[in-house]
Design a protein. Sequence first.
Length: 109
Amino acid sequence: MHYLYLALAIVSEVIATSLMPLTQGFTRLWPSLAVAVGYGVAFYCLSLTLKILPIGVIYAIWSGAGIALIAVVGTVFFKQSLDTPALIGIGLIVAGVLVLNLFSKTLPH
């Protein structure tokens, strides 16, 4: 169940971050409220995950997965492009998340 909460935290954070440009500097009410709710859900789900799993590893997974997903959202929905160094850096972040999940003894499998 803790991995479901982590997944919900990641998805909620990505949705909230993706909606941030629509707030126009938090001058538009409904997008601003959606961002606040998204981050609220993200942090609540993250707090539930942290009842069981260690904060350092979970935060690394949460932020790493969020970075990779936001890069995809930026490319697909906002037509932003990433240069080679950005792609390599994001690839290294994803590789780090995979190493944590597949090989770390810190996380229950």
